[in-house]
Design a protein around this ligand. Structure first.
Ligand SMILES: [Zn+2]
Length: 331
């Protein structure tokens, strides 16, 4: 993969490619931005380009150096990721040992440090020493989601490169052209992943379609057996130990409410996430007022916030479904 294969981050790869071509590569870069938008892929491509034996300012993916970096067995390219929830002091000591030696095979030693926003204080302070006295011929690539949690002294010593969420169309096209995903499924996955290609690739379409179907019944027919339907549904969902499933269900609920709101406001079908459900969504939009849809959306967001604060899952789901049924006039 060359820099041109990095989709949607043109500014990032232009900066990096120009730095190689102009001989102005910085000692330390800070890649920051949301998860799943190509930070690690760009860092690996940059490491390849810095050491490629064939291309100048890019990677060829064919030479010995590029292939070793791709296979994670190049002695001069090291990736350090959090162990458990944090990057720890022992890992920083390892990093200091690595950068104290000259490159064995490559032109540049490259250390990719993923998760600098979850460094322990001890690790961050130790790392500052490495940043203050950067070793020759070593390039440090720091990666994080949240730049605001970093020590200002770390930020000021790096060249910052922001990574943005990707447009839905770019993600859809990648899924179709590079992953062979069917058009309708690619469109749905691209809409659901909210700009993160990594998430779009990870989405299990069959499971997510089943989850969406379950969620849609909550909006279209929430009480087939009276109020007890809510309690039994909440019980089933709460018993599912897979926390990703609850996140997925809440995402579907938000997206469906959003789609109904769009149909009520503008009717612009290009903005609809669940376009394959347009008939069902339209009949809900005709039945509900904008104010009701807005309240439903708020209810889902409140549930999400409560769960983040460790509220009881079973109870939160029951309350949410009762409120939604009430807001839609079923109770
Ligand atoms: Zn190469």
């Amino acid at each position: 993969m060359s820099f041109k294969d990095i989709i949607g981050q043109d500014r990032a790869w232009t900066i990096l490619q120009n730095a190689i071509k102009n001989g102005s590569v910085a000692h330390a870069y800070l890649f920051f931005g949301p998860e799943g938008v190509g930070k690690r892929f760009t860092a690996i491509t940059f490491a390849k380009a810095l050491n490629c034996l064939k291309e100048k300012g890019d990677s060829c993916d064919e030479c010995d150096s590029c292939r070793k970096i791709e296979g994670a067995n190049h002695p001069d390219v090291v990736v350090i990721s959090p162990e458990g929830n944090h990057i720890k002091i022992e890992q920083m000591r390892k990093l200091q040992r690595i950068v104290s030696f000259k490159a064995y095979e490559g032109r540049r030693k490259v250390v990719i440090l993923d998760g600098v926003d979850v460094m322990t204080d001890e690790a961050a302070n130790s790392f500052l020493k490495t940043l203050e006295e950067p070793p020759d011929e070593t390039v440090l690539i720091l990666m994080c989601i949240n730049i605001h949690t970093l020590l200002p002294t770390i930020i000021s010593r790096c060249q910052g490169i922001r990574f943005n969420l990707l447009p839905v169309e770019s993600i859809r096209d990648i899924l179709i052209k590079k992953r062979g995903v069917r058009i309708e499924e690619a469109r749905l996955a691209a809409s659901l992943c909210k700009g993160r290609l990594g998430k779009a690739i990870d989405i299990d379409i069959k499971t997510t379609l089943n989850n969406r179907e379950e969620v849609f019944t909550i909006l279209s027919d929430p009480l087939p057996e009276g109020v007890s339907s809510i309690f039994s549904k909440a019980e089933i969902w709460a018993k599912d130990k897979d926390s990703d499933k609850v996140d997925d269900l809440l995402d579907h609920l938000s997206n469906l409410c959003r789609d109904i709101a769009i149909l009520k406001c503008s009717g612009n079908q290009d903005l609809i996430t669940n376009i394959d459900m347009i008939d069902g969504l339209r009949s809900l939009s005709e039945r509900l007022s904008f104010h009701e849809v807005q309240s439903m959306f708020q209810t889902v967001q409140n549930t999400r916030r409560s769960l983040k604060r460790n509220a009881n899952l079973h109870l939160s789901l029951e309350v949410m479904m009762m409120r939604l049924s009430d807001e839609m006039g079923y109770l």
